[in-house]
Design a protein around this ligand. Structure first.
Ligand code: FMN
Length: 259
């Protein structure tokens, strides 16, 4: 099929999913329209059969972040070829990959490729620190080239989902008890209020976090221009030491095709 351009959709609270998406997109060599779903949660589009769609999401608790499935309600497709990529912090991705492929299929996309990509852990950044590395980026660009190569033979008929590991029903994930704190450096500028995908930071007082709503995604920590939001405390540090030790062995990204 003659595919001339791509749309690249990503949800990336701490930036590694965005870097992953951009490296894969570069490898395809196609002109791309990039959509940051954290900044544009209401982004609405209908994709034609001759458009490639690349969707990249981080893994939270072996699932997609709870804010992500709702984003798909505005995205529909007419048998458009799609690639689903999950980005995870060197622990496990469990059911997140199949969850993403299922969401794509439900909206009319034809997922013919997928990947589980290793990146720095956003809650415990000593795990897979600095990834995606230059070597990872080269591998992601190569994956993009492979995607481009497959497109010429793509036909929407008779394609099964890429053979990505994962279980249905998906595992439960009720969130983590680690929530961001705000320091006295906060200027109440409101950047975090706008960026929070869970509506957990009140505009009336951005120094507060509604811990029941917060999904610990790290968007406010990465996005605060004053560096006033962070994770901390004795239990966080203790959990970090054990978690880092347990997940220190570097994992490799995995790439799947069904054609
Ligand atoms: C709440 C939360 C849960 C996470 N759960 C997992 C997990 O189950 N497995 C894993 O390997 N990494 C996990 N991570 C790490 C992220 O998947 C990883 O750091 C990813 O690169 C973050 O993407 P981003 O930089 O685009 O935000 C979790 C991170 C957060 C914030």
């Amino acid at each position: 099929m003659d595919i001339r351009h791509a749309t690249v959709l990503y949800f990336s609270p701490s930036g590694t999913t965005e870097r992953t998406a951009k490296a894969i997109a570069k490898g395809t060599g196609l002109p791309c329209n990039f959509v940051d779903l954290l900044a544009q949660p209401d982004y609405t589009d209908h994709f034609a059969p001759d458009e490639l769609v690349l969707v990249c999401m981080p893994v939270f608790g072996g699932r997609l972040p709870s804010a992500c499935p709702a984003l798909f309600q505005h995205l529909t497709a007419e048998n458009s070829p799609a690639v689903g990529v999950v980005v995870y912090g060197n622990r496990e991705y469990e059911d997140a990959g199949v969850e993403l492929l299922d969401l794509l299929s439900a909206q009319g996309f034809i997922p013919f490729s997928s990947a589980a990509v290793v990146a720095q852990h956003s809650l415990f950044p000593k795990v897979a620190a600095g990834r995606p590395s230059q070597k990872d980026i080269a591998e992601l660009e190569q994956f993009g080239q492979q995607i481009q190569g497959k497109l010429s033979t793509f036909s929407p008929h008779g394609i099964t989902a890429p053979p990505m590991p994962g279980n249905r029903p998906y595992r439960d994930f009720a969130g983590v008890p680690i929530k961001p704190r705000t320091s006295s450096a906060c200027t109440k500028c409101g950047v975090c209020v706008k960026i929070c995908p869970a509506d957990a930071i009140p505009a009336s007082n951005p120094q507060i976090t509604d811990e029941k709503k917060c999904i610990s995604c790290t968007a406010c920590v990465s996005g605060c221009p004053a560096g006033a939001r962070s994770f901390g405390g004795f239990l966080y540090k203790l959990a970090g030491v054990a978690f880092t030790k347990k997940n220190s062995k570097p994992k490799q990204s995995e790439f799947y095709f069904s054609i």
